[in-house]
Design a protein around this ligand. Sequence first.
Ligand code: FRU
Length: 492
Amino acid sequence: MSKKLIKARKYEKEISRHIQGKKPIFHVVAPIGWINDPNGFSWYEGKCHLFCQYHPYSTQWGPMHWAHYCTKDMISWELLPCAMAPDESYDSEGCFSGSALVLEKDHILMYTAVSEKTNADGQRYSIQQQAIAIGDGEQYQKLEQNPVITSDMLPEGCSRKDFRDPKIWEENGIYYALIANQSELGEGQVLLYSSRDIRHWIFVSVFDNSGGKYGKMWECPDFFCLDGQELLLVCPQFMQADGLAFHNGNNAVYFIGKRDAELKKFIRSEAKQIDYGTDFYAPQTTLTPDGRRILIGWMQNWDNRVCPDSFNWCGMMTIPRELSLQNGCLLQTPIRELLNYRTQETKYSKVVLSEMQGEVQLDGVSGRCLDLTVIFTTEGCLAFKIKLASDGKKIGTYLSLDIKKGILSLDRTYSGMRQDVLTSRSMYTDTCHETVKLRILMDYYSIEVFANNGKDVMSMLIYTPIETDKIAFSCEGETEITVEKYNIEVKK
Ligand code: FRU
């Protein structure tokens, strides 16, 4: 084992005993230091493994390692020792994002190896190539032949500096890697490579190219079948906002489409945003042994880091979400295993709420670690508001629905944070029916909202002190609300 990996493992073991800032309980959280992007989300020998981009030594991004977790149900996670450190000449600047698959008895990781070179004028420049590590679920060995997809294997017109985040899969005995790249014209694109043995790869095609439409560079591709359709997920950087969509600069989008007859090009629809919150990026999916497609994302964003300076960890993932398609739209619902961790049920049925009452709190409906479902009637109601993580006075994060416009907003302007750039996001949601259903998950510092059975989703971080836990309902006009609230408890 390299000195760098031994150091990282020792450090995370020792320092993570002294955590500052209480950690969320049912989300994957940085062991210590910084995490971003989920990586290598896969099933291996009966357990689900998740890795992520990791810099143990500070709460800022730095030379990337891979942190490692495993679980049987995607709610209760076990932290495993750091899986990879940037300890080879070809990855000395970082082991960037990648994915995993299982080959016979081996767990295969493919990641982006970043290194630096010097050109004839003595200037340093960075190159990104793809490398493989093979493991047994805990120890991973990088291949001698690394990097297996070098920057020389890029076709003309493709940037060598931006060539990363391979998504690998097997289909009919052939291995495929879909890799994010920027064209020399500054367009985001994904390149397809194939192999018969995961060691020798050939370039197949420019699988999809944004034509300058969606951002300037694509990151973190994923590709899979869902309910009879094919989906491509990518994360365009530097996108132009469009209506309520794409406000975060870096966005995660999906395309529904089909590969052409030779399986080389993706013919697809327009991009749709996966999650409308301030904090969502770089999602990855895996297939459970019982056939469910599950998505997990990094619940943060590059340009809007709001983690408190007093914490010695920064970064968490979203709840794993079950995916399905309905009328050409992606539906996301919290993984059903979460139901096994619900405790302390509180229920209210058809409580009448009117404008005159102002903000109403319901006995037993409070907390910061919960699964809350609210169904309310739309007739006679102009607007509906839930104030979360509130101190009963000024502090609180507002989830508000303008029923006429069908716009649902999540606003952390008054959440108590003192430094924040983007504090609010909105999305359209269907308000044309008798009722609207909102499911809200909170895990101390996060809010995930699933509106109308997961058709419209938004995720947001709030670093409001955790004792600030009141919840209040209010409306314009009149409505009838039905509430179901559970605490979530995970025994370690
Ligand atoms: C996306 C990303 C990836 C890269 C990684 C580096 O968030 O920029 O493209 O591999 O993060 O940590």
